[in-house]
Design a protein around this ligand. Structure first.
Ligand SMILES: [Zn+2]
Length: 291
C-alpha cells in the first residue's frame, strides 16, 4: 500500500486509449519519431518495433474514455491503472507548488493516457512494446500498464512504488518541456556525456524530487514513504539503465550508445532528487537557474 486511504478522485485525469490492437502497417520505426519521443528505457531502437510510422488514428478512438473503476485511493492501491492516475494526481499537486517555487515557472498539467495494446499519439502510433513515454507534441504521458511486468525481465521488481517512479519519470519530461530544455535531447547523438543522457538523468532526479514531497503535508496522496519503497524505486532505476539493458539483451555494454545513463547513474539521480527535494540537485544541464 502506498496511497493514503479514502481519498476520492477529484477529477478524471486519465484518458483511456487503444484502437483495438490495429497498428498501422508498414513504416517501421523512424529516427524522426524517436527525436520527438521520450522513453523510460533506451536500448536498441529496433527493439521498439511497436512504434510505427505516421498514420494517425481518428482522435475519437483515442481520448474518449475515463478510468471508471478508479474512484478512490483504495482503487489505486489495488489496480495498476488506477495507481498511474493517482500518481499523476500527486505529481500535479507537488509540481504545481514546486515548479513556481524552485524554477519560477507556472505548472500546467500534462495529458495522461492509459492504453491497451496500441494507441495513437501526437508522435505516431504506439504499442505496448514502446514502453512508457512522453510525447512533447501533445504534451501527454502514455502508459500501457502491461509494461510494468517487464521490469522483472530486467531484474527489477514490479512493485507499486517502482510503477510510481516510472510515472514520475515521464512527468519529469513534461517539466523539461515547460522549462524549454527537452528539445536539447537527441537520441540520435548518444554517449555517456550526451544531452540525451543528461535529460534522462534529470527526469529520474525530478522523479526523486516528487518523491521527496509526495508524502508531506495534510493533503498528501501518499503514506509516508518507507526505506523499502525507496529501494523499489532504486531497483527499477537500475533495471532500466543502459548498461543493464544492453547486457540483459546479450550485447556488449557500449557507453557510446547510451541514451539514458548507466544503472549506477540512474539510481544516483533518483536518490539525489529524493533526498534533497531540490531541482538544483538535478541540474545536469548546468543552467544554474534554480532557487
Ligand atoms: Zn525518459
Amino acid at each position: 500500500m502506498t496511497f493514503r486511504g479514502g481519498i476520492e478522485k477529484p477529477e478524471n485525469l486519465a484518458r483511456t486509449g487503444g484502437n483495438g490492437g490495429k497498428i498501422a502497417a508498414g513504416g517501421g520505426i523512424g529516427t524522426l519519431l524517436l527525436v520527438g519521443l521520450f522513453l523510460l528505457m533506451g536500448g536498441d531502437p529496433a527493439q521498439l518495433g511497436g512504434l510505427v510510422g505516421g498514420e494517425q488514428q481518428p482522435q475519437s478512438q483515442n481520448s474518449s474514455g475515463t478510468l471508471e473503476h478508479c474512484q478512490t485511493s483504495d482503487d489505486a492501491n489495488k489496480y495498476a491503472d488506477c495507481r498511474v492516475e493517482f500518481t499523476a494526481l500527486s505529481l500535479n499537486q507537488v509540481w504545481s507548488t514546486q515548479l513556481p517555487d524552485q524554477a519560477n515557472l507556472n505548472y500546467t498539467k500534462p495529458g495522461l493516457t492509459v492504453f491497451n495494446s496500441s494507441t495513437s499519439t501526437g508522435c505516431g502510433t504506439a504499442s505496448s512494446a514502446t514502453g512508457p513515454f512522453y510525447c512533447p507534441v501533445d504534451h501527454t504521458a502514455y502508459f500501457d500498464v502491461s509494461f510494468f511486468d517487464q521490469l522483472q525481465k530486467y531484474g527489477g521488481e514490479n512493485t507499486p512504488f517502482a510503477q510510481e517512479y516510472i510515472v514520475a519519470h515521464e512527468f519529469g519530461h513534461h517539466i523539461q518541456s515547460i522549462e524549454g530544455t527537452l528539445g536539447l535531447s537527441d537520441y540520435n547523438d548518444p554517449g555517456p556525456n550526451s544531452n540525451a543522457v543528461k535529460i534522462e538523468l534529470q527526469a529520474d532526479c525530478y522523479a526523486g524530487v516528487w518523491g521527496h514531497f509526495a508524502d508531506k503535508g495534510e493533503d498528501a496522496f501518499l503514506e509516508p514513504i518507507t526505506e523499502q519503497q525507496v529501494q523499489n524505486a532504486i531497483d527499477a532505476a537500475r533495471a532500466v539503465g543502459d548498461d543493464n539493458i544492453q547486457s540483459k539483451a546479450g550485447r556488449n555494454v557500449n557507453p557510446e550508445s547510451f541514451t539514458h545513463g548507466s544503472s549506477q547513474q540512474r539510481q544516483e539521480a533518483f536518490l539525489s532528487g529524493y533526498r534533497s527535494g531540490k531541482m538544483a540537485s538535478c541540474d545536469y544541464l548546468q543552467r544554474g537557474v534554480y532557487s
